[in-house]
Design a protein around this ligand. Sequence first.
Ligand SMILES: NC(=O)c1ccc[n+]([C@@H]2O[C@H](COP(=O)([O-])OP(=O)(O)OC[C@H]3O[C@@H](n4cnc5c(N)ncnc54)[C@H](O)[C@@H]3O)[C@@H](O)[C@H]2O)c1
Ligand SMILES: O=c1ccn([C@@H]2O[C@H](COP(=O)(O)OP(=O)(O)O[C@H]3OC[C@@H](O)[C@H](O)[C@H]3O)[C@@H](O)[C@H]2O)c(=O)[nH]1
Length: 389
Amino acid sequence: MASAARVDLDGNPIKAMTICMIGAGGFIGSHLCEKLMAETPHKVLAVDVYNDKIKHLLEPASLPWAGRIQFHRINIKNDSRLEGLIKMADLTINLAAICTPADYNTRPLDTIYSNFIDALPVVKYCSENNKRLIHFSTCEVYGKTIGSFLPKDSPMRQDPAYFILKEDASPCIFGSIEKQRWSYACAKQLIERLVYAEGAENGLEFTIVRPFNWIGPRMDFIPGIDGPSEGVPRVLACFSNNLLRGEPLKLVDGGQSQRTFVYIKDAIEAVLLMIENPARANGHIFNVGNPNNEVTVRQLAEMMTEVYSKVSGEPALEVPTIDVSSKEFYGEGYDDSDKRIPDMTIINTQLGWNPKTSLWDLLESTLTYQHRTYAEAIKQAISKPIASS
Ligand SMILES: NC(=O)c1ccc[n+]([C@@H]2O[C@H](COP(=O)([O-])OP(=O)(O)OC[C@H]3O[C@@H](n4cnc5c(N)ncnc54)[C@H](O)[C@@H]3O)[C@@H](O)[C@H]2O)c1
Ligand SMILES: O=c1ccn([C@@H]2O[C@H](COP(=O)(O)OP(=O)(O)O[C@H]3OC[C@@H](O)[C@H](O)[C@H]3O)[C@@H](O)[C@H]2O)c(=O)[nH]1
């Protein structure tokens, strides 16, 4: 039976479109490309410097979607081909960014250029050519909660008004300038304000996405295996690396910060709704996260240790975690968000989206992937005698 014609949330038929996806070779981009190829008729112009995470979508030529995805190896910092690709597409999605915290205080200039300066031409080309833009910002633009400035034992800290993060109400609260960790969030805030101004003054049709810690397979890299040994990826990959190597998980400043984690596959559903429901998505900023999956970093480490033990069959370490100072782990200028709980009102109202996957379940599928993908390579790496100096 022919597959029923796909309709949007208002019952209108969905027409095939061409999407220019910048940063398509990354963690989120690779999952978004998979979804678009497997479930929609849309065409993707995949723009990135790397394509190892989407190679399985580009080859072999016999793939059912062959011809609907093209890879363009382009660095958007300086490439005249970018405007032509944006003009060929109906919609541009910009995911390109330096977005690993270890870089924010150690490579602040690269971080600011990547997250603000390099995005300027993308916004300009979309606005000048009347093309729709979905721009990826971050939940980090909220910075710290208002409650984090209350006395430690104040009961008001339990009042949601002091910690729920709402797109059209919450302020952006960062640390002082020498806390260069905030170079990223501040650059993201300013590009949000520029996109919003292009919408207000020149009619740019835009949607801004604020991801709240999306995690899953293919996030970042495992140091020394498919990334630099001295590289410091985001927490999922850091903890996975420690578990794969049988090392204790390092808890920065005791792992007291809290996060809400959402499964990448749930989050991609939200992005597809934004893509295919422009009338409901244009002009909006969306929190995309899972308020039900809140843990401290310490609790995350404990849960990942338990899940990994189950997945790998290997017993957990006697001492599974150790505390490290942020100065030791990240260097000077680090600072942190204390708590990130997304208000879900706007995304519920506009797109009817809610996340489905519990933290335990998403960790089980993700650590199964990590173990299957890396355990052997790690064993080789550990067994190989260190090259004699
Ligand atoms: N994953 C999350 O939980 C999360 C949370 C908040 C915000 N975000 C945002 O979502 C977006 C995607 O994040 P991700 O997790 O997929 O990160 P990622 O690092 O896996 O992907 C980013 C991609 O952009 C590409 N890129 C960077 N600079 C480029 C340039 N100059 N030219 C061409 N390509 C370039 C990189 O090669 C990479 O493939 C980023 O804007 C990030 O700030 C992600
Ligand atoms: O080995 C580790 C790694 C990280 N951590 C802690 O784990 C928490 C999460 O750290 P991550 O590296 O995943 O990054 P954060 O959640 O702070 O920000 C990230 O999420 C939002 C996006 O904008 C970016 O992808 C990134 O800024 C932080 O408190 C960090 O200090 C550890 O305790 N140990």
